[in-house]
Design a protein around this ligand. Structure first.
Ligand SMILES: Cc1cc2nc3c(=O)[nH]c(=O)nc-3n(C[C@H](O)[C@H](O)[C@H](O)COP(=O)(O)OP(=O)(O)OC[C@H]3O[C@@H](n4cnc5c(N)ncnc54)[C@H](O)[C@@H]3O)c2cc1C
Length: 405
């Protein structure tokens, strides 16, 4: 029988009437009769609790304890991993500082940005301007290129030293490699691709919201028993912290990585490929996205024409990408890119939730669809119901003629 400090099922034999109603209630066959009373095989029981409701005598008790692996009171502060790209901070860092500042305020805690890079103190002011109270700088020439082992080792060492309560990072290529590795080394939980972060006013735990089951539900995840609570957030999901010109500086804590911190089994031969004028959907103020309603690859030429007159970039739904009509790097949505342009024109896209999560932060959304009940109209600021093959050429013509009022 479990004691009251461990989770388990207790049968109070003195109350059990031997009615056997609990036996068929157990989906796992963990219950049997022994000596006229019910008995549970703890190794089979999954603590689902189905039997508890069936017992008319109240003889079955379920004990669920949340075992704390750490004392949460020993951990304090909010950290943002300040990823660098080409000697500058990744834009997601400023978005995380916005979210982190809110969380730190709720906890009455310090907001710290953590920099692992070949960087010196003179370059840290953007972090302070965007709200960091403190920066921990692990600066070293060998940290100019990301490598899993040294980056995770140093981050983990810093976490163990300073014990932050919350660690946030961008769900970028680097963040997705670094943070799961660090979380595993720390033996704590990680929620990837969060779309919402709040503090539970009762427990002080971080409530991490993210889409689950293919985006059909929003799950709220809590890491109650371990610290730090770690979360990644995709770029452009949260709003960047506004610049506060009054805070150009702040506390800087230097960490000098030693040889043992920097050791790596990887030899990196890095080739940076920068396409002149290459695709950068995140930088586009205007995005014209096409979906299955376009009917084939040729119609994307029409969208390119609309993009040209509006000074925009062509993107697509996953249905269009999966059909092979356009390349995958233009896909918007849960398994594609998240964008927040000034104008998003959705053409022949029904507005599935997996698409909408990638574009709902656009300032203005125009939807063109022949189905007036298409869910995209629920997201759109302006909806044009009709045949896209009439509407889009008409728009292009009127823009070219300059007859658009
Ligand atoms: C785990 C998972 C991840 C996913 N990730 C993504 C993702 O990242 N991005 C994404 O986009 N999807 C994603 N999806 C797929 C998503 O669920 C939808 O299937 C997809 O977005 C549908 O694409 P669509 O709107 O182009 O096609 P449809 O849903 O088929 O919509 C086509 C629309 O075109 C309209 N139409 C047709 N002909 C015309 C016409 N002549 N004129 C005007 N309108 C017309 C129709 O009325 C319809 O509304 C994901 C799904 C899953 C399960």
């Amino acid at each position: 029988m479990p004691d009251r400090n461990t989770s388990g099922l207790i049968i109070h034999e003195e109350r059990c009437a031997g009615c056997e109603l609990c036996l068929p209630a157990c989906p796992f066959g963990a219950l049997s009769m022994r000596g006229g009373t019910a008995s549970v095989d703890q190794s089979v029981c999954t603590l689902c609790g189905a039997c508890v409701k069936q017992c008319p005598a109240g003889a079955i008790e379920l004990i669920r304890t949340s075992r704390m692996a750490v004392n949460p009171g020993d951990w304090s502060g909010v950290w943002v991993y300040a990823e660098t790209v080409d000697d500058a901070f990744h834009p997601v860092v400023f978005e995380l500082l916005g979210a982190g500042a809110r969380l730190a305020r709720s906890r009455g805690a310090v907001l710290t940005a953590v920099v692992l890079a070949d960087m010196d103190e003179s370059r840290l002011s953007p972090l302070f301007l965007h709200g960091a109270d403190r920066v921990i700088l692990a600066g070293h020439p060998e940290l100019s290129l990301y490598r899993d082992e040294p980056f995770a080792r140093i981050l983990v060492r810093l976490v163990r030293t300073y014990r932050p309560e919350i660690v946030l990072a961008g769900a970028t290529t680097v963040g997705r490699a670094l943070i799961p590795r660090a979380a595993t080394m720390l033996g704590t939980g990680l929620t990837a691709d969060c779309t919402g972060l709040e503090i539970d006013p009762e427990t002080g735990n971080l409530l991490q919201t993210r889409p689950a089951f293919g985006g059909n539900i929003m799950a709220r995840i809590v890491c109650a028993g371990h610290r730090p609570q770690m979360a990644t957030v995709r770029p452009r999901v949260m709003e960047a912290a506004p610049i506060d010109p009054g805070r150009a500086g702040g506390e800087i804590v230097r960490f000098e990585p030693g040889r043992e911190d920097l050791a790596s089994r990887l030899v990196i031969d890095s080739v940076l490929r920068r396409q002149e004028g290459g695709l950068n959907l995140n930088a586009s103020d205007v995005i014209i996205a096409g979906g299955r309603g376009l009917g084939g690859p040729d119609s994307f030429r029409m969208l390119a024409d609309l993009a040209e007159v509006l000074g925009g970039t062509v993107a697509a739904s996953r249905a269009a990408v999966d059909a092979g009509w356009i390349s995958a790097d233009r896909q918007i949505g849960q398994t594609g890119k998240t964008v927040a342009p000034k104008l998003y024109v959705a053409v022949g896209i029904s507005g599935a939730v997996q698409h909408v999560v990638g574009m709902s932060s656009a300032e203005t959304v125009i939807a063109i669809d022949k189905n007036p009940s298409a869910p995209i109209f629920g997201t759109a600021d302006i909806g044009l119901v009709g045949d896209l093959f009439e509407i889009v050429p008409g728009l292009i013509r009127r823009y070219r003629e300059g007859t658009f009022a």
